[in-house]
Write a protein that binds this ligand. Structure first.
Ligand code: PRP
Ligand code: URA
Length: 216
């Protein structure tokens, strides 16, 4: 169950009832760290189900205990998950349960609290970049600065097929990522109203990294 909005052609909102139910608990300020972490994991897994809907499959014969039959497997382009540290880490395990053969890269970025500009501190992705499908993961798309910088870094090393999975997106971030990288499909569970003056998403869910790791 997905929604697409004419104003944001690169955005797909995943409206599945399970995702929306879990997102509502995630937003609740009373939800403790342990449950928050479990919910991010589950939402990411459910979102990945939709975000992988157009992966190409190739025929593959399989021997059952009784006879040979035609099957299918996900073809060629190897899947690579790239969480943006820290909060993106919370989305990795859930997706790996669906696609256990996926590789995992990491991009370290944090937002400077005053300027809101991304500061990068780590980059590591598997080799043979040109042959891979990248799923960039971060629960929050706020100003879009971190997402755009992460896509810049992936493209710089030769990545061409990149999707961005977040849980909550702000219109400002969707617009920024669409302007800088119109080829990137964005998936989210909610498109929220706006950013506040500190760059936090309203209504949002607060600071995703802090809530995931219990640092505030
Ligand atoms: C948060 C979030 C995104 C970024 C989004 O990370 O996880 O990476 O902010 O904001 P933007 O769209 O305005 O760039 P943060 O910078 O707080 O780093 P952390 O995960 O290390 O706490
Ligand atoms: N980063 C977060 O973790 N939350 C926001 O609302 C904005 C950026």
């Amino acid at each position: 169950m997905i929604e697409q909005i004419a104003e944001f052609p690169t955005l797909t909102i995943i409206r599945h009832p399970l995702v929306q139910h879990k997102l509502t608990i995630l937003r609740n300020r009373e939800t403790p760290t342990k449950i928050f972490k479990e919910l991010v994991d589950e939402i990411a897994m459910l979102m990945a189900y939709e975000a992988t809907i157009d992966l190409t499959v190739e025929p593959l014969d399989v021997d059952t205990p009784l006879e040979r039959t035609a099957g299918r497997h996900i073809s060629g382009k190897k899947l690579t998950l790239v969480p943006i540290l820290r909060a993106g880490l919370g989305m990795v395990e859930g997706i790996l349960r669906l696609v256990p053969a996926a590789r995992v890269g990491h991009i370290g970025l944090y937002r400077d609290h005053k300027t809101l500009l991304p500061v990068d501190y780590y980059f590591k992705v598997p080799g043979d970049v040109a042959e891979r499908d990248f799923f960039l993961l971060d629960p929050m798309l706020a100003t879009g600065g971190s997402a755009a910088a992460a896509v810049d870094s992936l493209k710089r090393v030769g990545a061409t097929r990149i999707r961005f999975l977040c849980i909550v997106a702000a219109p400002e971030g969707v617009r920024r990522l669409a302007d800088t990288h119109p080829d990137i499909q964005i998936y989210c569970a909610a498109l929220d109203r706006e950013l506040n003056t500190h760059g936090y998403i309203l209504p949002g869910l607060g600071d995703a990294g802090d809530r995931l790791f219990g640092t505030r």
